[in-house]
Design a protein around this ligand. Structure first.
Ligand code: 9RB
Ligand code: ZN
Length: 371
């Protein structure tokens, strides 16, 4: 196996300023740091390096996305505004998504990094890839930023795979704990892109990601939301992938699979209330690798999204990238024993009820494919 790692130090220089995590600082809110900081991502890269895993990876240097590529997913007015504000002192992309001077270029490099990963995999330069990009992208809408996302990295990579590389069907599996609203909206009426989001029920964005939102027009049936109850652990996630995600992928037969890889479903994350562990992410990666091998020649790309426990995300990231590369460094997750023994890790009946409802949507794709 050969696995690509997209990384650029400039990703870490995207400046989200001082808030108190997600709350704007003010007279009664003492400034802390914005929760979407470089720290967690830099610590993933550092652990990949210190563990020795980096020596087994192919480092992929990202390029900036072009205007044409960005405009496939965003309005010119929005892109021009981000550039103008970034050229000055920075601004807010929308909905408390602050950015600093130069973040426009970094956001172009983030979207471009996902395109770089797509090209490397489709050209056979690597078997699969992890794009450790920043800022994230899955909440970004056509004309606005949202939830720390400026440009829609994954959507832009999908457009590239479809329009430039000529793929007929692409699937996106979003395992970030928040709903992938931007990706959902980008392809809501499009039957050539299957979008699946597994998220904590009604966490962020508010009132987004209902199981009843299944697509519209020609895209009806090609959006699957799996809103898992708060408290879901490894058992619920593995069951979701085995009972919903893999059957949906089998029925859809994509030529390429992208994972929107947020690590914020971990038990240590402050922006959600799920119970995933590094070993849980390793298992999900295994399931996705097997599905990709069976369905699309192993073509699998993970694009980084959220994850806000700087102490814990490195172990989740390491587990995923180890599994992608088929390498075990032997570095142990120091929290795994504790988290694995916590109550609630096994699949619960109220979680299975949601999974069963979503499994019906996955099965529905078979009838659509036959038409
Ligand atoms: C608050 C607001 C947020 C914003 C983003 C996330 C998660 C992002 C992510 C969670 C909560 C707004 C506190 C807007 O990781 N996506 O993958 N909260 N945002 N207004 N207020 C008062
Ligand atoms: Zn998230």
């Amino acid at each position: 196996m050969s696995t690509g790692l997209v990384w650029d130090e400039l990703y870490m220089w995207h400046d989200t300023g001082t808030s108190a995590w997600v709350i704007p600082a003010g007279l009664t809110v003492q400034p802390l740091a914005h929760i979407e900081s470089a720290e967690g991502k830099r610590r993933i890269k550092n652990l990949v390096e210190v563990s020795g895993l980096l020596e087994h990876l192919t480092l992929l240097k990202p390029r900036a996305a072009t205007q044409e590529e960005i405009l496939r997913a965003h309005t010119r007015e929005y892109v021009d505004r981000i550039k103008r504000e970034s050229d000055a002192l920075g601004g807010d992309a929308g909905d408390l998504t602050p950015f600093g001077h130069g973040s426009y270029e970094i956001a172009l490099l983030s979207a471009g990094g996902c395109i770089t990963a797509v090209d490397a995999v489709l050209d056979g330069k690597v078997d699969n890839a992890y794009a450790l990009v920043r800022p994230p992208g899955h909440h970004a809408e056509r004309d606005s930023g949202k939830g720390f996302c400026i440009f829609a990295n994954v959507s832009i990579a999908v457009h590239h795979a479809r329009q430039v590389r000529g793929l007929k069907r692409v699937a996106v599996v979003d395992w970030d704990v928040h709903h992938g609203n931007g990706t959902e909206h980008a392809f809501y009426s499009d039957s050539s892109v299957l979008t699946i989001s597994i998220h904590q029920d009604n966490n962020f964005p508010p009132a987004s990601g209902a199981i009843t939102d299944t697509g519209a027009g020609a895209g009806e049936g090609y959006n699957i939301n799996i809103p898992l109850p708060a408290g879901s652990g490894v058992g619920a996630y593995v069951a979701t992938f085995e009972q919903v995600v893999v059957p949906a992928l089998r029925n859809f037969e994509p030529e390429l699979i992208l994972i929107a890889s947020g690590l914020d479903a971990s038990a240590m994350d402050p922006l959600a209330s799920m119970m995933m562990t590094s070993d849980g992410y390793r298992q999900l990666t295994r399931v996705m690798l097997d599905a990709a091998a069976e369905i699309c020649g192993g073509r699998l790309i993970a694009c980084h999204e959220g994850g806000y426990s700087p102490a814990y995300v490195p172990y989740c990231g390491l587990a995923i990238i180890e599994e992608l590369a088929g390498v075990r460094t032997g570095v142990e997750d120091p929290l795994l024993g504790l988290l694995a023994m916590m109550g609630g890790q096994s699949l619960q009946p109220h979680q299975q009820a949601v999974i069963e409802a979503a499994a019906k949507l996955a099965a529905g794709l078979k009838a659509r494919a036959a038409r």
